[in-house]
Design a protein around this ligand. Structure first.
Ligand SMILES: [Zn+2]
Length: 199
């Protein structure tokens, strides 16, 4: 396609986003060309500030605007319960279900030896420290119910077995092989509610 370099540049950038192909990138670009200046400026500003205004919470490793984050600072939440999730998007899914009033621990992914992701690449050591710190009564392993999520949950359970905290795994109300991030909030709520103790 022969267009202006500015158009090509944006199409190329948008194409790098997950789920966006050439066609969608082109459609979005022409949409923005026709949109109000304020709409385009707002989007540009939001993108420009995204990384500079976002920090990792040093307690739960959620992405937030301040550390500790609003959830970790909230004194009404049960600090004795820690829900372990893969990514910040999974934390959002559990929060949206409304069924959990404890704290979180974001691992930053799952174990994946093929991709070179071992325990040291995830925040498993930090979790262990947190749990062995004493205050945690229950650790809910809410990694996704697929092969990687299960393997990661088992690995963590082994590491924490003698920590004194109860270890539970979310139930399989979740579609097998599914992803918390994409499940509806009722399903996420149920899978938490029906969590079972890990032997
Ligand atoms: Zn936090």
């Amino acid at each position: 396609m022969k267009t202006s370099p500015a158009i090509d540049r944006l199409v190329t950038s948008l194409k790098r986003l997950p789920g966006i192909g050439e066609k969608s990138a082109t459609r979005l670009t022409f949409y923005l060309l026709g949109a109000a200046d304020s709409t385009v400026a707002e989007l540009g500003d939001a993108i420009a500030r995204l990384k500079q205004d976002t920090v990792l919470c040093d307690q739960c490793f959620n992405l937030t605007d301040a550390s500790p984050c609003g959830i970790c600072r909230d004194a009404t939440r049960e600090s004795g319960m820690v829900c372990v999730v893969e990514e910040p998007a999974d934390l959002v899914a559990v929060e949206r279900s409304g069924g959990f009033r404890g704290l979180y621990h974001v691992l930053g992914g799952t174990l994946s030896p093929i991709d070179g992701i071992g325990p040291d690449e995830l925040r498993i050591g930090d979790l262990e420290q947190r749990v062995r710190g004493g205050e945690v009564r229950e650790v809910i392993l809410a990694t996704n119910p697929n092969a990687e999520g299960d393997a990661t949950a088992s690995f963590i359970a082994d590491r924490l077995r003698d920590s004194g905290a109860q270890l539970t795994r979310i139930a399989y109300g979740m579609p097998l092989g599914g992803d918390l991030e994409y499940a509806d909030y009722v399903t996420v709520g149920r899978s938490l509610e029906h969590r079972r103790p890990l032997e």
